[in-house]
Design a protein around this ligand. Sequence first.
Ligand code: PLP
Length: 418
Amino acid sequence: MDSHVFSITEQRTYVICLATNLIPLAPTRNQFCLEVTSEQTNIMAATQTSGDEVVVVDLRSDTLTQPSPLMKQAMVEAPLGDDVFGEDPTVIALQKKVATLLEKEDALFFPTGTMCNLVSVLTHCQQRGSEVILGDQSHIYLYEQGGISQLGGVHPRAVRNLPDGTFDLHELRKLVRSDNVHFPVSALVCVENTHNVAGGKVLPLDWLDELGATCRQLGLPLHMDGARLLNAATALDLPPARLVRSCTTVSLCLSKGLGAPVGSVLAGPEDFIERARRTRKAVGGGMRQAGILAAAGIFGLDHVYPTLGRDHRLLQELAKAVEACGSKIIRCDPQATHTNILLVDCDLNVVTPEALCNRMGQATQEEVMSLGEHVIVQMLPITDTKARLVLHCDVTPNQVQSAARKLRYVIKELDSDC
Ligand SMILES: Cc1ncc(COP(=O)(O)O)c(C=O)c1O
């Protein structure tokens, strides 16, 4: 690797780094030292001399946020202690804050949402042969490596998720096991809000209340994977505690829309959280001076949570831009787009989600000429027919407008190819 110094602005370096996957080293006032291959040097030199700036709009996930300078300052200044001894004042403050916000007795800090859900399920299901009923499109079922079975011997029983992220409560009742020596023991129901695979959908409040009543009748506790619960609360303009009133336990991610680099919090009854603290230690989640991370979560709750509505409004602009194309090939439903996740449907006879994402990740010469800007939009194929775009606090209104112009251009191009 060669090391080169380029005298360019911070903004420009950032754009170039995103476009070339480089990491800036040792930034000075307006010079950045970059480790680059000679091929990358040529791309950068060409970009500098031609003056055609590449605008990269990364809409793959809301986990991509960078901690802001003020968030970093809060982290650096946080008072710390050993959290395994229960002595980190910043962790204690975060846990209290989340417990109060969700109106639960107590809360516990975790490094990740996956560990938070895992420990919650394992703590609910301490009897061997336990079974958890959960949505067949839920994150715990699809994307957590089957950790509840792999590490905890808990058997998952999937109930079919409906397109709005809910499931049929009659189906749920049918899946609860009777007392029979051949069966596992139904021990827990899980629900996800907002629902990621359903496209950031907010679960209807009356359905949640009915689910809570059903679980109480069945004598089963209810865990909510509320990784994006605060997006749901923002969309409904309700205190988050209202959304989790029927839930025994809730996990809440700090490292998604709230912009923190790390962290999730599990909230629930005091005795449950005490048992979860032991399970967290067993899976390696007992962190020491974790307040440096918890401080970012507190900052996110205080300063980023109130801005989630902005992400939702900007995403509506993007959804309406796609809808306004009137395309039969790429479609979306702004009405069914509730929060910060947009799903676009692809007509597989013309384009797959992978092909659409590839096309959005490139710019043709004609396109740059026509749009007057060189825009790369990064997005993810999420199902066989759908691609996903996600907004968060680091995506600016200008970037959203650039992404909307690019989407319109690409959709028109696909339409004209048919
Ligand atoms: C709904 C949901 N739950 C849980 C998680 C897991 O969070 P983490 O990536 O922090 O493990 C995610 C991550 O994207 C998620 O979308």
